[in-house]
Design a protein around this ligand. Structure first.
Ligand code: UT7
Length: 330
């Protein structure tokens, strides 16, 4: 059987760092509240004029270089994002042009779960023989949709992008993937205005309906339940158990969520990767950015078993078990 394997990885973070103290100049909050309730200390924010596609292309360029490939080697591009440059055209089409790829390109829009669903799509294309090399990117500039007068949301999010190259291989790299969605939870995390259901009008903009709204407690409870459930299902689909897991690489939303899932999965907290303190919630960027951090910090070894787990608006979720096939970064 044909398998898909990660052969390259890249990342991009905007230069601008915004600390908790910076945000406490804007809203009634404090470093103490944000750090103790979320674990976040700082985040990166896109520059004026910088779009999601710019970050996606930078991350994609890094992944191509890491895999030792040229743009013309890529057969398909999938960009996972919840903050596309425009409703039309797709961010993937713009990214394809920025990278000089000569292939089809599509967006996968599933908010913070976008990267896992994009990975699933790339994997399926390779396993079916429709592509040999797929570039999979997770990129978000969610701060563009944040109300920086709303302390309940503006302290949580940051911007960034990560990318992987998937290549056909005889050895299994991407193993079992479990994905799901429950649209009955659509109102829990939503940007109400700006789509076909609620076009932007001056009145809606004045009311701030084009900004992200979230019932934080609901999302928290959902995340703590779904991360262990989806991880176990993806491990089962892979013929593995929690004992085989080298590291859990979850979507980075809140340190308290990460702390809560370790005992529920029966693993030590050291086996749950976290970089939320420095990046905040980068949405679709978070899982590939986490992978990139692990790789560049020499924490990944050939044969390691990783569970990549995303969750977010929809509600949606996805877990992918991956056997890491690259040698440690030199
Ligand atoms: O990618 C997926 C997206 N999102 C998530 O995964 C988010 C999941 N949820 C969470 O991370 C947490 O629910 C939050 C961090 C959003 C909120 O933490 P919490 O411990 O659930 O706080 P809360 O919403 O229950 O609020 C407690 C209090 C409230 O004050 P009152 O009503 O008790 O007087 C809030 O108004 O904290 C207040 N509060 C703040 N205070 C200072 C909310 N945000 C802030 C803030 N600074 N930034």
């Amino acid at each position: 059987m044909r398998h898909a394997s990660i052969t390259g990885i890249g990342a991009y973070l905007p230069d601008r760092v915004v600390t908790n103290d910076d945000l406490s100049q804007l809203v009634d909050t404090s470093d103490e509240w944000i750090a103790s309730r979320t674990g976040i200390r700082e985040r990166r924010i896109v520059a004026e004029g910088q779009a999601t596609s710019d970050m996606a292309a930078a991350a994609g360029r890094g992944a191509l270089a890491d895999a030792g490939l040229q743009p013309e080697d890529i057969d398909f591009l999938v960009v996972g994002t919840g903050s596309p440059d425009h409703i039309m055209p797709s961010t993937a089409a713009i990214t394809q042009d920025l990278l000089g790829l000569r292939c089809g390109a599509v967006d996968v829009m599933a908010a913070c779960t976008s990267f896992i669903l994009a990975l699933q799509q790339g994997t399926a294309m390779i396993e079916s023989g429709r592509a040999d090399r797929v570039l999979v990117i997770g990129a978000d500039a969610l701060t563009r949709h944040i109300d920086f007068t709303d302390r309940r949301t503006c302290v949580l999010f940051g911007d960034g992008a990560g990318a992987v190259v998937l290549e056909a291989s005889d050895e299994p790299g991407v193993l079992g993937i479990d994905t799901g969605s429950d649209g009955s939870g659509a109102g829990v995390l939503v940007i109400p205005a700006g789509g076909a259901a609620m076009p932007c009008t001056p009145e809606r903009v004045a009311a701030g309906e084009h900004y992200l709204k979230m019932s934080g407690g609901e999302v928290f409870k959902f995340a703590v339940r779904i991360i262990p459930e989806a991880t176990k299902r993806a491990l089962e689909l892979s013929g593995l158990t929690v004992d085989d897991l080298t590291l859990l690489v979850p979507h980075q939303a809140n340190q308290r969520i990460l702390d809560a899932v370790a005992p529920r999965l029966g693993i030590e907290s050291e086996r749950v990767f976290s970089n939320v303190a420095l990046l905040g919630n980068t949405s679709a960027g978070s899982i590939p950015l986490a992978l990139h951090d692990l790789y560049t910090d020499h924490h990944l070894h050939r044969g390691d078993v990783l569970a990549l787990v995303g969750f977010g608006a929809g509600l949606t979720w996805g877990a992918a078990v991956v056997r890491w096939m690259k040698e440690p970064k030199e």
